[in-house]
Design a protein around this ligand. Structure first.
Ligand code: GDP
Ligand code: MG
Length: 161
């Protein structure tokens, strides 16, 4: 019904997406941005940075005991990363679907990982895996002053408002 269509309480959901060092080296920044833009999500934060061990230790705190943890930090500090915050309805779940399975061998063609990678150790892109995780990661990677809450002129076409 119209009233359920107009429940847009979730359109301010945000997630952290990052083009990892292999994606930057392989000139994939533009393609990653293009996929989120053309879907209808809104970019509210964007920066290139050399991630520190300290930031990555916080970002990947749940993986500290994994055998690949030190190689993951080596990978993630091997060059610059492009971090971004995307906003929109269901953006956390939708971005996981756009990005594809963690293991590129399992990622469907059409996903970023399924189109551009073959091995789990170099899988091109990061996306938060839950709304709570996204909030935690956004606050690690961005100061609130770096996030811009702007009005999209196309919102009436993307949402029922
Ligand atoms: P994601 O949320 O899909 O990125 O996956 P996880 O949170 O489980 O893991 C974080 C990142 O660690 C992955 O994207 C990979 O870059 C890396 N990673 C995960 N599992 C492995 C593994 O078995 N071997 C290696 N080398 N890296 C891994
Ligand atoms: Mg993860």
């Amino acid at each position: 019904s119209l009233s359920s269509d107009t429940d847009l309480s979730g359109i301010k959901e945000r997630t952290l997406v990052a083009v990892k060092p292999d994606g930057v080296q392989r000139r994939l920044i533009g393609d990653v941005i293009k996929r989120f833009e053309q879907r209808g999500f809104r970019l509210v934060g964007l920066k290139m940075l050399q991630a520190s061990d300290k930031l990555l230790a916080q970002h990947y705190v749940s993986l500290q005991k994994k055998p690949f943890y030190s190689s993951l930090l080596y990978y993630m500090t091997s060059g610059p990363v492009v971090a971004m915050v995307w906003e929109g309805h269901n953006v956390v779940r939708s971005s996981r679907m756009l990005v594809g399975d963690t293991d590129p061998a399992e990622a469907s063609p059409g996903t970023i990982r399924g189109d551009y990678s073959v091995h789990i150790s170099r899988n091109v892109v990061h996306a938060s895996d839950s709304v709570e995780g996204a909030e935690r990661e956004i606050s690690l990677w961005f100061h609130c002053s770096e996030l811009i809450d702007w009005e999209g002129c196309d919102q009436k076409n993307i949402y029922y408002i």
